[in-house]
Design a protein around this ligand. Structure first.
Ligand code: SF4
Length: 250
């Protein structure tokens, strides 16, 4: 994709949503960090249901440490993987208290040293809590970047690097929010809503994504075996990276 088209895509996404942010509810960096740890392979809606009670019981790292794993578990038991997440949250709080005076560090290496915090979670915290122009690649961004060809890559890290390299500076801080929201609500995994897409004329997705019914019919007319392979590879493209490649949400 050329620079002018990439610029136009971000201008459209910005015009539609000038001040994008995470759908996770939080009031400070500590709450955002905990919410993002909880959101790994879970929906923001399920996290937002649990965190008001959790933060009422423990408003900072010291209080969360005192609440303990069993106490945290009581508040998050409706979120997937809650046992492991309760342990991660409490251990992360222990490190915050012991090494960072109870504060969330504005430092990638220190963030990634916390249990339950991978590169993506660190990027979300640096971006959303501290305003840094990091781009956190989740399953939605991975799919949108590859489909549209705005930043293609075979792995999450390749897509992140491509976005870092090619996203115009003026859009960098908000790019990951626009792309996540676009992937979550418009360019969805199974049935992208191309008819309602604000960047449809700029998108470079192949016909197999934009109009799968028509692409299948054409492929079937041309020969059976080839169409089966096309269906398989189209399904693979729609799903995105493996879950191991993508940590928390946001
Ligand atoms: S046109 Fe379709 S495939 Fe392209 S970004 Fe929009 S929804 Fe996604």
């Amino acid at each position: 994709m050329n620079r002018a088209r990439r610029q136009a895509i971000f201008e459209r996404l910005r015009a539609a949503n000038p001040n994008p942010t995470t759908e996770l509810e939080y009031r400070n960096p500590f709450e955002l960090l905990v919410a993002v740890i909880l959101s790994a392979q879970a929906t923001d809606v399920s996290v937002n249901r649990a965190t008001p009670g959790l933060f009422a019981a423990a408003a900072d790292a010291r209080a969360m440490l005192a609440l303990g794993v069993d106490g945290v578990r009581q508040h998050i038991r409706h979120i997937g993987l809650f046992n492991a997440k309760a342990k991660n949250v409490v251990e992360a709080c222990r490190i915050l208290v012991e090494r960072h005076a109870g504060e969330v560090p504005r430092d990638r290496e220190a963030l990634e040293a916390l249990p339950g915090v991978g590169r993506k979670t660190a990027n979300v915290v640096l971006n959303t809590a501290f305003g840094e122009p990091t781009i956190a690649v989740d399953t939605h961004i991975f799919r949108v970047a590859n489909r549209t060809r705005i930043a293609p890559g075979r792995t999450v890290r390749q897509v992140e690097e491509a976005l870092e390299r090619t996203t115009p500076a003026e859009f960098k801080r908000d790019a990951h929010h626009w792309l996540i929201l676009h992937g979550r609500y418009v360019c969805t995994a199974r049935r992208p809503r191309c008819d309602a897409c604000t960047i449809a004329d700029l998108c470079e997705a192949p016909a197999s994504v934009r109009d799968p019914g028509r692409a299948r019919a054409t492929s079937a007319r041309r020969g059976g075996a080839g169409s089966a392979v096309a269906r398989k590879s189209s399904r693979r493209r729609a799903v995105g990276p493996s879950s191991e490649e993508v940590d928390g949400g946001g």
